[in-house]
Design a binder for this molecule. Structure first.
Ligand SMILES: *Cc1c(COP(=O)(O)O)cnc(C)c1O
Length: 370
């Protein structure tokens, strides 16, 4: 049998019936946007993140954009972003009219290096977006210290890290506001697009409730220039079911990650991801590093084992940004983008694909760079 990089059918195994019942409940209710399911999910997810407020929105990109708008960040402003991230983090800043200013990562954790942030701060800088990349929390304490010293807001991009713990505290409650994505492949995934903003700041939450709904929280009363970006009732009902399984799914991801780490530690050609002290990552992705990764990828692919690359082109070199950033050099990010390789990892992978996973591990363990 083949080993897919991600099998969402396997991941949702065991609660299809509960999901179908939730969808039916919405269909039977005849109410599809801004209703009870959303209100319940918002309350349940805020509680899960140990935060005061959750506001559902259309997707993770909009969650970041609307946080920036609520903070009144726009043209003339700069926002610090990780050089090493999914392009959405940068696009959100650009779509507000502000300029993303990239900062290099720590090589061993792939997350933004707090010691390099200060050198990139200017008079125009308004905020820092910290991404919990691949499911590992960024070093929030160090980031918050730099932000406080320089009067900056801090936003968590938690799209890859639902449930991760930073020094015992859930991501989503570690800064001024946090953006989540519920894209189907994320740790907490809907059956379509979805996103949310989580915050302890009542002012931001109130603004978000309007911004996502044409600038209105009372019919035909439009206080600000908002957008249409709402988490619909069917997605909210599905997410309420899936939230109940999130901890178990994350535990399964962790179990597989531990197997990967212990089995692959012996191959000197492979660099394993490092977890900084006192963190509990949720392994959205398991990313190894090696030179000549295309060769390993091909060996695995010939045996029906799918791998992936996150991300092959850094944002500043992508077509969307390279004209503006032609003088920007991010040597570490550029090097990582040429070496990273993501291994299959998803809930129920071990119960559905144990033999294939063992085959993959023995192929990687014996891989020689010749
Ligand atoms: C997925 C993702 C987003 C965007 O989420 P969408 O729901 O796809 O818009 C933003 N940031 C990061 C780091 C992501 O992985």
């Amino acid at each position: 049998m083949k080993l897919p990089f991600l099998d969402l059918k396997a991941a949702n195994q065991g609660h299809q019936k509960a999901i179908q019942d939730a969808i039916k409940r919405v269909v039977d209710s005849g109410w599809f946007v801004l209703g009870n399911e959303l209100a319940m999910f918002e309350s349940e997810f805020a509680t899960y993140c140990n935060a005061k407020h959750c506001v559902g929105v259309g997707n993770g990109l909009d969650a970041i954009i609307l946080i920036l708008k609520a903070m009144e960040i726009g043209p003339g402003d700069e926002v610090i972003v990780p050089a090493n991230t999914f392009i959405a983090t940068w696009l959100a800043v650009q779509q507000c009219g502000a300029v993303p200013v990239p900062v290099e990562p720590v090589a061993s954790t792939y997350n933004i290096d707090p010691t390099r942030i200060e050198a990139s701060i200017s008079d125009q800088t308004k905020a820092i977006i910290a991404v919990h990349l691949y499911g590992q929390p960024a070093d929030m304490q160090a980031i918050n210290v730099v932000a406080k010293k320089n009067g900056l807001k801090v936003i968590e991009d938690a799209a890859q890290a639902h449930g991760a713990l930073y020094r015992g505290q859930r991501v989503g409650s570690l800064a001024d506001a946090a953006a989540f994505s519920f894209y189907p492949g994320k740790n907490l995934g809907a059956m379509g697009d979805g996103g949310a903003v989580v915050t302890n700041d009542s002012g931001i939450a109130e603004k978000l409730v309007k911004l996502r709904n044409y600038g209105s929280n009372a019919k035909y009363q439009h206080d600000v220039a908002g957008v249409n970006s709402r988490l619909d009732e069917i997605q909210a009902a599905v997410l309420r079911v899936k939230l109940r399984y999130l901890d178990d799914h994350n535990r399964q991801r962790n179990e597989l990650a531990e197997i990967y780490k212990s089995t692959l530690a012996d191959n000197p050609l492979i660099t394993l991801p490092d977890v900084a002290g006192d963190l509990l990552p949720v392994w959205h992705l398991f990313v190894i590093r090696l030179s000549n990764r295309e060769k390993l990828q091909q060996i695995l692919s010939e045996k029906g084992i799918e791998t992936s690359i996150h991300y092959p082109v850094p944002a500043h070199l992508s077509g969307a940004f390279r004209a503006q950033y032609k003088h920007t050099k991010m040597p570490l990010t550029e090097k990582l983008s040429g070496e990273v390789l993501s291994l299959p990892l998803f809930p129920n992978a071990l119960s559905c694909y144990r033999a294939e996973i063992e085959k993959m591990l023995s192929l990687i363990s014996s891989y020689k760079n010749i």
